[in-house]
Structures are given as structure tokens and as C-alpha cells.
Design a protein. Structure first.
Length: 216
């Protein structure tokens, strides 16, 4: 899922300076699971904005803010000076496209693609590189989980299974080695990873996928 964190209230109120009719728009998907921008967080933020002196604060949470299909209910709402989105940056941009004459502000910092490891703990698992190598690394991503994003590791600083950059973090390449060893697949490490073709990741602007089999 996409993991995000709410911006500090002061930053949000600065964005909203001069606005007296604000619609806070939440999203029921990733940001609900990471407890940053779902219905509950929308209610908490709306209350804080009222206490901060904003005259009229509306609340609306859609199923998925990154999908036009779910944004229809918002087009029926009027009378707001601006929208404040508690979705990830994708949701904020889609709302901006849908309401080009209305300022749409981000209430969250979109942080990474990750998993919920424990109560209140999320960690990064994928950097959307566009050329997945998990088949060769035992299902552990060296791009997202190695501090240096090394494709051939570990580096010389790996010590007792920990990363030299941050001792609190497991060395991703140690994890990869251990998993492949347990599976009897260490031979996978005998092939050197060639430099990644990062054009799969960024090739002159935003990446796009067009599936002819599902296109009309
Ligand atoms: S190799 Fe690329 S696509 Fe695969 S998990 Fe890592 S960053 Fe994501
Ligand atoms: S110690 Fe491991 S995780 Fe840290 S930078 Fe080196 S190879 Fe990557």
C-alpha cells in the first residue's frame, strides 16, 4: 500500500490562510489503513481546523481518491473555497484535474510503498523501479531495502546482519543471502546483476501502462 503521514497542523493552516470554506476529502483505501487520511482522520483534522478558526469545514471520504469512478459524489458539492485532500499525492492531483478552478491542497506527505510491520509501524518495500528483480533476490527488494540500493551486495560495511548506514536496520543483502541459502538457491547470487535499465523507471516524464487487452 501507499504509506503517508499527515503534515503538521501549522503547515496545513498556513496553506489554508484566507480560506473560510474548506472541504476535507479523505480516502478509504491505503491512507485509511496507514491511519493518515481515512474517515476518522478527516474528522479529527476537520475539528482541528474548526478550532483554528475556519468558519465552515465540510467532510467527505471517497472509496478511492486515485480513481475518477469514485469521485462523482464530489462534483455535486459546491460552495467551498478549496479542497484539502488527505489522500496520497495521486489523489490530490486527480482532484486538481477534476476541479481545475479550485485550489486543492495536500494534507499528507506521501512517503513510500510499504507494509504494516507491527502496530503503528510501516516500512518501505518497493520503489516502483519498473523492472522487478524479486525472483532473483528471494523476494526481498534490494532497491528499497538496502540503504545504498545495491544490486550486487552486500557492501563491505555489512556487520552482524546489520546495515552500516543504519545499525537499526537489517542488511538487506544479508536477508537475501539467508533466504536463498535456506531455500538452497545460493547459486542465484552467482550471476552478477548488470546495471539496471532505469529507463523502465523514468523515461522522459511520467510512466504509463496501456493494456490493449482491457482498453476499449
Ligand atoms: S525490484 Fe523494483 S519493482 Fe521489484 S520490489 Fe524492488 S523496487 Fe519494487
Ligand atoms: S550494509 Fe547491507 S543494507 Fe546496508 S548498504 Fe551495505 S549492503 Fe546495503
Amino acid at each position: 500500500m501507499i504509506v503517508a503521514e499527515r503534515k503538521p497542523l501549522r503547515e496545513i493552516t498556513e496553506m489554508l490562510q484566507g480560506k473560510q470554506r474548506v472541504l476535507v476529502v479523505g480516502c478509504n483505501t491505503c491512507v485509511t489503513i496507514c491511519m493518515a487520511g481515512g474517515r476518522k482522520e478527516v474528522a479529527v483534522l476537520a475539528s482541528a481546523l474548526r478550532l483554528a478558526g475556519i468558519e465552515h469545514v465540510g467532510e467527505e471520504t471517497v472509496e478511492r481518491q486515485c480513481d475518477l469512478e469514485f469521485l462523482d459524489p464530489l462534483t455535486k458539492l459546491g460552495g467551498y473555497d478549496c479542497l484539502l485532500s488527505t489522500a496520497c499525492g495521486i489523489g490530490v492531483q486527480l482532484l486538481s484535474d477534476l476541479f481545475p478552478n479550485l485550489p486543492v491542497y495536500p494534507a499528507l506527505n506521501t512517503t513510500f510503498l510499504g507494509v504494516n510491520e507491527d502496530l503503528g509501524l510501516w516500512s518501505e518495500r518497493c520503489q516502483s523501479c519498473g523492472d522487478c528483480v524479486l525472483d532473483r533476490t528471494g523476494g526481498i527488494c534490494p532497491i528499497a531495502r538496502c540503504s545504498k540500493s545495491l544490486l550486487n551486495g552486500p557492501c563491505g560495511g555489512s556487520q552482524d546482519g546489520k546495515c552500516e548506514v543504519n545499525g537499526d536496520v537489517d542488511c538487506a543483502w544479508q536477508l537475501i543471502y539467508d533466504r536463498l541459502e535456506a531455500r538452497g538457491e545460493l547459486d542465484r547470487l552467482e550471476t552478477i546483476f548488470l546495471p539496471k535499465d532505469w529507463s523502465h523507471s523514468r523515461d522522459g516524464g511520467p510512466r504509463r501502462i496501456r493494456r490493449e487487452d482491457v482498453a476499449l
